[in-house]
Design a protein around this ligand. Sequence first.
Ligand code: NAP
Length: 251
Amino acid sequence: MAKLANKVAVVTGASKGIGAAIAKRLAADGASVVVNYSSSKEGADKVVAAIVKAGGKAIAVGANVANEAEIKTLFDETKKAYGKVDILVNNAGIYGFSPIDAVTSEDFLKQHGLNVLGLLLTSKAAAAHFPETGGSIINIGSVVSTIAPPASSIYSSTKGAVDVITKVLAKELGPRKIRVNSINPGFVRTEGTHTAGLAGGDFEKSAVAHTPLGRVGLPEDIADPVAFLASEDARWITGELISVAGGSTGV
Ligand code: NAP
């Protein structure tokens, strides 16, 4: 039987990039997948179409997961379509780099509002919906929380907060059989890193130079270990931060 047969997974920010690869992989493993998006309905519809074409089950649900009312809509729609939720992947996230002189309150509140508060409120909603048999939350952090590159004080601090939240929630939710883990990617070529001007240029070259496995990460490199953590194979794993970065030591 497929490893995630009869499971329902919500993947936030799954209209492109790492989230899209995670949604496809969980569906390939048998889960019914909710492909969440914020603005790219077209992207989310394409991900759903690819999953359905491959014989899987998925729906697209628009919701800004930095907003508690829209998070409620996301889970209401999930329950309406599939009757339950077993797996949450907190993938939606934004990144921006600025040296200390260019730090602004607006940028701080925007990045922390989604990457930290949004992740916390989405986890709260999922925990309220998980069945008594438990569930799995997988947060997408980043190696920046340990590498701490220059000009990344805002973004790296969001991912540092994700590391701590993962460990706190693992302790809080363990008694309810809910496992909470983080996958912390190194540099990955995605739509987002292209738009930010990070992919294909000096930033990427430097990231690869600091990566023992000697190449850039691809979304599927991240999706595979997420599928493992979502599955029963990881039943005794909680509160862990797993770097998925080709051994990266810097950018
Ligand atoms: P991406 O290509 O920019 O895709 C971001 C996704 O998040 C999109 O589907 C976007 O949906 C969604 N999103 C943005 N704001 C949202 C909101 N308020 N509510 C719901 N969804 C929202 O990003 P990525 O590079 O795949 O990164 C995904 C995650 O991995 C992030 O948490 C990022 O910090 C982390 N990460 C990335 C890298 C990397 O090198 N790429 C490395 C380490 C960690 P719409 O398009 O619909 O707005």
